[in-house]
Design a protein around this ligand. Structure first.
Ligand code: DGI
Ligand code: FE
Ligand code: FE
Length: 196
């Protein structure tokens, strides 16, 4: 994907087809929902709609890859080996971005970073990072307690939406007694505690 040229409808269609081949119909519909939300948020908050579209369409590209593929890449490419103590939830974005880069030839660093951070967030996030993080949470196909509140906040204040989602996600993970990835805690400390 060469972003020096325009992002044409034909390129978008080709990307959609390649993404669709990688996942279940259900997940593909989620991805289309995230794209719709991300483009709307980009228009509202003044980000590149093309980059929002591409990052949204590719954010879960690697989610259905087997664990051993991620484990191999983590060891081969010099990632922090502590990552091996986590699973697909953490790997599919953080490591998945390198699969997107290699297979789809998407080299735009802003897009790749938004993919990397889409699950955990980070203390430092660009406008595009926030848009993908929030769009993933509030896309029209999501149904869970609190999603309406998250949608309402996202229309008013994007940073507030990042904080709300981060707190809800952490509450959910603790409730389920899931292992918390350190970056998820950094996101919480920055956006929920320090930003106040
Ligand atoms: O890929 P999606 O389902 O569209 O959404 P996602 O990438 O935001 O989240 C995937 C899962 O990861 C979701 O169930 C929440 C979970 N998650 C987020 N932060 C952490 C986490 N799971 C663990 N174990 N630890 C985390 O820090
Ligand atoms: Fe994801
Ligand atoms: Fe997603």
């Amino acid at each position: 994907m060469n972003l020096n040229t325009e992002y044409t409808e034909a390129q978008r269609e080709e990307l959609i087809q390649r993404v669709q081949m990688q996942m279940s119909e259900r997940r593909f519909q989620h991805v289309l929902g995230v794209e719709k939300m991300a483009v709307a948020l980009a228009a509202k908050y003044g980000a590149s709609e093309a980059k929002a579209s591409i990052a949204a369409l590719t954010h879960d590209y690697a989610k259905e890859r087997p664990d051993d593929e991620f484990q191999m890449i983590i060891q081969r490419d010099g990632y922090d080996l502590d990552l091996l103590n986590y699973g697909n939830a953490i790997w599919h974005g953080l490591v998945g971005a390198s699969i997107v880069q290699r297979e789809l030839k998407i080299n735009d660093e802003e897009i790749l970073q938004a993919i990397r951070l889409h699950t955990t967030g980070a203390a430092e996030m660009t406008l595009l990072d926030k848009i993908i993080y929030v769009a993933d949470y509030i896309e029209p196909g999501r149904h869970f307690p609190g999603v309406k509140e998250a949608r309402d906040i996202a229309l008013i204040n994007l940073d507030e939406a990042v904080a709300y989602e981060t707190k809800q996600t952490l509450l959910h993970l603790v409730e389920q007694e899931q292992k918390i990835y350190p970056k998820t805690i950094e996101t919480y400390n920055h956006w929920v505690v320090e930003r106040k």
